[in-house]
Structure formats: C-alpha cells, structure tokens
Write a protein that binds this ligand. Sequence first.
Ligand SMILES: *Cc1c(COP(=O)(O)O)cnc(C)c1O
Length: 439
Amino acid sequence: MSHSPKGSAGASYQHSEQLYQRASRVIPGGVNSPVRAFRAVGGTPLFFASGAGAYLTDVDGRRYLDLVCSWGPLILGHAHPAVVEAVARACRQGTTFGAPCPAEVELAERVVASYPGIEQVRLVSSGTEAVMSAIRLARAFTGRDLIVKFSGCYHGHADHLLVAAGSGLATFGRPSSAGVPEAFTACTRVLPLDDEAAVAALFAREGERIAAVIIEPVPANHGLLPQRPEFLATLRALTRRHGTLLIFDEVISGFRLARGGAAQRLGIVPDLATFGKVIGGGMPVGAFAGPRNVMARLAPDGDTYQAGTLSGNPVAMASGIATLDALAAGNGWAKLEALGLQLERLLQPVLQEAPFPLELVRVGSLFWLSLHASGAPRTAAALPQPAADRFAALFHAMLAEGIYLPPSAYEACFLSLAHEGADLERLAQALRRALAGLR
Ligand SMILES: *Cc1c(COP(=O)(O)O)cnc(C)c1O
C-alpha cells in the first residue's frame, strides 16, 4: 500500500527518502529502534533535522507539531534553552570521567526527594537497564526466581521480559522475540491487566516463589490503559502479604504525571521504582530506586552486580537536573495537567463527529486516540485490521496537516510544556479536517 500524503508533492519527502535508502544499506531496517520504521502506517520514515519547542523540522524543510516528544523525554519541548545551556556547560568541562562527579549526587538527591518511599537510587543509561537491574535486585533481595508481568506492559528489551502471554489459563511466558531461550522466560509469569482474580490465583499457587511483580502503573505502551485503582491496590496488598516486591515501572510516568510519578498520583507506594525518559531530559539516563535495605544489596556494598561505563556522566546528569528543575520551578506538573484538560475540551467535539469510533484516553499530559469500537479498553486488546488501517490513513492525513503523531495505533501521544493553547487549537482543527477527508 502506498501512502503518499495528500496535498504534498512527492518531491517534498525527497531527502528523507534518500536518507532512508542509505540507512537501509548500513542499518538493519534503516532504523535504530523498530517503531521508527513506519511499518505500522506505511510510507517512508521521516528524518528530522531539528526541533524547537513543540515543533520538529524534517530534512526536507517541512515543519510539524510534535506529539511524540522523543517518546516522552522532552517534557520541556525540543532544545529548551536551560537544558541546552546546562549540557553545553557540562560538555566543556569534560563529558565523562568514569569516576564520581557532583552532578550525579545532585540528580540522585532530586529523585530521592521527589518519589514516595525511596531512600536510594542507582543511575544507569536507559530504561531497559533500569528495569533489568531492578529485577535482578528484587531476585537477590527475596532469594526467589519468579517474576510477574502484565500483558500489554512494556519494560524494555531485557531477555526475561520479552515475553508473550501463554494461551488459555497458562501463565508461563513464551519468548516474544527470536533469540530469547525459553529457559530465560520460564521464570516469567504473564497475567492480564485489570484482573484481580488472576493475580490472586497465581499468588495462591506460587506466591512464595515470586520475587517481584512489575507493572507500568499507568500502562502507556499498548495505547494508554489506565487501571482501576482497586486493581493496583490489590497488587500492593498481595505482594506485601507474600513478601514479593512490587516494582512500578515509571519510565514513562515518572516525573511526568506528578513530581512523584504515578505513585504519588495514585497514592500507592511500590517497593522499587524504575525511571527513564523524562529523568534524562533527552539524554540517556535511567534509574532504579528503593528503600536503603533493598538497595544495599547492590555492589559494592552488596552481592548483586550492576555497573555502567557512562552511568552518572556529567553531561546526561546536567540535562536531567535542568529538566527536573525547570519542571519544579515553573509549576510544570500543574501546567501539564491544565494543558491535558484543554486538549480534552478541544478534541472531544471533533472526535464526536469522527466517521469511525475514535476515543480520547488521557492521563495528565499523556493521551491516546483509541480506535477500539467498544471504547477505551483496560487490557491489551488487539486492534482489528480495519481499525489499524484507519489509523494509518489518519496518521498520513495528519502528517499532511503538519502534525506528527506516533507512527503506530498502539503508541501514546505526549504533550510538553512547550505546547501552547494555540498549538492544541491547531491540532484540533487539523484533526477535524483530516477526519473529514477520511469520511
Ligand atoms: C521506554 C520504556 C522502557 C525502556 O526504556 P529505554 O530507555 O527505551 O530502554 C521501559 N519501560 C517503559 C515503561 C518504557 O516506556
């Protein structure tokens, strides 16, 4: 299927197309992370030359309102002056020492002061690393092997988390990627979201063997699947009763939904939390955190190995610190909430006129356009093919309107503090026109 956006001459994507051809020769699939390849929507992935505030400019000079924000890190928008200045200053003083530096203490203190229930944090370089290390730590601390994850939640690409749910009642995880031995996923149990009975049944069977339950408290990697508070409260109660650690994967929600992440918003405190994305403000930073008695199991104090050549480097730290400080100083979380509310008010009337089911799901500055006919799901429901095709058409119609949506129907959209009321109005008008064109 060919998706040449309406109203744009084919030539206007010329430089992206040329780069994609060159990239495809030397980079598998032409991209360094699969969703970027536009496979779910068709067409040539755009190559971007620059970003400023809420806008991106592609290599052909076209400008887009950005609703991806690098999948979350850019909560202040692109090239925020405070972040750029902090990073430039840090660079001039040396990019990495492989030894402690003041900035890592500064960032760690901010994380510990922000998030409920944690006393120590270890800084790493990606969300994947943070989750992988938190799981190892939970296994070491409990002396147990099993972990539980939920279908539809993404926790990075560590082997034992690349797991698909088993069929029927079986909760044994099957590898969801080639290259992952079944032995690696044999200790992972996969459960559906939104199902207290399934969790209770698993704990009744194997509770004494479960090291950790990991969940995105606001699942945002299979669309946006806000959970009932009772479900999360049940997880908290069951894990506590069985000596299992509850891990909130706050890689998306941390420092976005509130200063204290989803935990603060929901009033549920996990045992361990993982961070990424916003915490680095656009530089590679991840973190995992917990109470001192658990974190003490990490090397060098404890027996659980974890390390990183570039962990805590001053450039990435400077970006994270500048981002968190700008959020705190500017009352950022309240502003993001207000922005989300404004978006909802503007989009609601447009969505009601859509020629097919289209529902806005929103939590703070995260939102998702759900194409499910039955409304917004709470579990990882697959989108029927006609709905996936509709999303592809909508994506390209929006691109032609100068709006950059995530190139997949299952990805959430992100607002930043650089998005202004006028941008949201533009988005609503573009959506109205795009939907009218698809009628
Ligand atoms: C993005 C993400 C990860 C992985 O982070 P990377 O920095 O891409 O490795 C882990 N968990 C969640 C919830 C994420 O959204």
